[in-house]
Design a protein around this ligand. Sequence first.
Ligand code: S3P
Length: 190
Amino acid sequence: MRLTGGRMTKRLMRHIVLIGMMGAGKTAIGTDIARRLQVPFTDSDAEIEAAAAMTITEIFARDGETFFRAREAQVLARLLTGTPGVISTGGGAWMQAGNRTLIAANGMSVWLNCDPELLWNRVRQRTTRPLLQTADPKGTLLRLLAERSPVYAEAELEFVSHEGDSIERSAARLIAQLRAADPGLFKETS
Ligand code: S3P
């Protein structure tokens, strides 16, 4: 996939893989950076839902989390073999060692790190996250964040979301950070 800026044509050399908690903005920011970079955007949750013709909630309810994690790993492996683009992953995907290995081999992992209160404000009204259908959803979210953060921190790049930043502002800042972190991420072709 190519992107043209003036007379310059650049090619994305490996996937940009967004990881992090539910509500961190992976899909929203991912969609925007893919549009700016003119590369494909895929969302592992959406791909799982399309393949199963069921929602994530229905998959968890009918087949359980273990089944979902197996589908998630299969979908990720497929997406990672495609044309380099932006891939948004479900919040638990990075917790599987096999997924981390595959992502590292095929892409640049980016942890979208976000303030816990901001995460909570974004997910509290939604009923689409089966892991948060508990008696104390905020407590569950904070526990998952505490458990997962040290593993998320293994990502190649950490992007800290700022409260009040628009999607567009975050996307522009992330692209600048990506370029600085890996000057070889884009290859110029004339
Ligand atoms: C999950 C996050 C969800 C989805 C599933 C499990 C998790 O994706 O994959 O509900 O384990 O954190 P988002 O991070 O896109 O909400």
